[in-house]
Design a protein around this ligand. Structure first.
Ligand code: 3HC
Length: 382
């Protein structure tokens, strides 16, 4: 495991919990100590919640060793990199891995926002490189996105899928596109929530409570603080650079908080945890919730299916196991395609954002003689 920050330490814990010997590598002793503390805190919580016994916790932590020397991974079967989202740093690590790792070693990156192909080619053996994208907190979320590039060998893809299954997680296979499946749907939703808050349309509590009432385990603003504002902004930047959809440009408030070093839980201050209380909204638009956030998200879900990037089943698995959100196609079925379309048409009329245009697939479903039956048929597609 290269990089023992929030995600790297979480992945190390998952590997060790599944009985693997984990060689943890980070830049210096301070980084290794932080990684060890993250594992201790998380396994302590797992113990408190009766997820593991004290003996299992001891065995798990003893399976992880800590090193500052890259050569420690020379004999590893799999190397997973989870350093910060910096392309040059990741490329230099993959160049080193190309030199020190065995030729048959599976090389994986946990990047959520950088093109995996660009990282893979730096290794000189891009056929052995995949993305394995874990979700925060890694020990809790059951999903891992396995990302193949145009250069990934089928054997490397199979090995990655098997690894994820062995870890007790569920993989979904994705192409190397901005956001993969889950973030491509999640981060635009988070950005939209941040915009409502920034523009004073509703209070933070109103936004988060409305989305919790809609069945999510936490509100979008709390989730931004959990995943990190830097990670959220990087993921949005990558989406924006690929889609040129203005809705994907990180809102000014998020960008400013990142510049200020307020990155969320990991730094103690973030979007919810701000020093100054915000003034009450001038025009309270909280009555538009949860539709203002939910309907564009469902519309994006339909568009992702429409373009053939993912099936309804893959999207449902992704959002429910990656983020513990309700399965989007259950929500669409509950609300009914016609009601979702009508609401989305209103949103599009108000925003005039091309990205808010109702998806053709949503229009087709709503226009079907029996929309519920059309939706069931769509969900059965392989
Ligand atoms: N180890 C093992 N299990 C743990 C644990 C740990 N350290 N911490 C919590 N758990 C378990 C609990 O036992 C509980 O299990 P159960 O459902 O089987 O009873 C479950 O996790 C939930 O715990 P709680 O209900 O007690 O809630 P918490 O407040 O502790 O944690 C949460 C809440 C797990 C963070 C939950 O709110 C959640 O899932 N939120 C959504 C998080 C999310 O969306 N993550 C993905 C973000 S996107 C991402 O990471 C990708 C990146 O690229 C941006």
């Amino acid at each position: 495991m290269i990089g023992l920050g929030t995600m790297g330490a979480g992945i190390a814990e998952v590997l060790a919990a599944a009985g693997r010997t984990v060689i943890g590598v980070d830049a210096d002793q301070a980084a290794l100590d932080r990684g060890r503390t993250i594992v201790e805190t998380s396994t302590g919580r797992a113990l408190e919640r009766d997820k593991i016994t004290a003996d299992q916790r001891t065995a798990l932590t003893e399976r992880i060793s800590y090193h500052t020397d890259f050569a420690a991974v020379a004999d590893a079967e799999v190397v997973i990199e989870a350093v910060s989202e910096n392309l040059e740093l990741k490329r230099s690590i993959f160049t080193r891995l190309g030199e020190v790792a065995r030729p048959e070693t599976l090389l994986a990156t946990n990047t959520s926002s950088l093109p995996i192909t660009d990282i893979a080619v730096a290794s000189g053996r891009a056929d052995r490189v995949v993305g394995v994208h874990f979700f925060n907190p890694a020990p809790v979320q059951r999903l891992v996105e396995v990302v193949k590039t145009v250069l990934t060998a089928p054997s490397a893809q199979t090995q990655a899928l098997e690894l994820v299954n062995d870890l007790g997680k569920t993989p979904i296979l994705c192409g190397d596109r901005a956001g993969f499946v889950v973030n491509a749907l999640l981060v635009p939703y988070l950005n939209r929530a941040a915009r409502l808050y920034q523009d004073g349309c509703a209070t933070a509590a109103q936004i988060d409570e409305a989305m919790v009432a809609a069945g999510n385990p936490m509100g979008p603003l709390a989730l931004i603080d959990l995943v990190g504002l830097d990670v959220t902004v990087s993921a949005l930047d990558r989406m924006y650079s690929e889609t040129r959809d203005r809705r994907h440009a990180p809102v000014a408030l998020l960008a400013a908080l990142v510049s200020a070093g307020r990155l969320g839980r990991k730094t103690g201050q973030g979007i919810l945890l701000q020093a100054e209380p915000r003034p009450a909204p001038l025009i309270d638009r909280s009555a538009e919730l949860p539709d203002a956030l939910l309907l564009p998200y469902l519309n994006d879900v339909c568009r992702m299916v429409e373009i053939g990037y993912a099936t309804p089943e893959v999207i449902d698995t992704g959002m429910s196991l990656g983020c513990r959100m309700p399965r989007p196609f259950d929500v669409l079925a509950d609300l009914g395609p016609a009601a979702v379309l009508a609401g989305q048409q209103q949103i599009f009329a108000a925003t005039a954002e091309p990205g808010d245009r109702p998806a053709l697939l949503l229009e087709r479903l709503a226009a079907a003689p029996d929309p519920a039956a059309a939706l069931t048929e769509l969900r059965a597609m392989a």
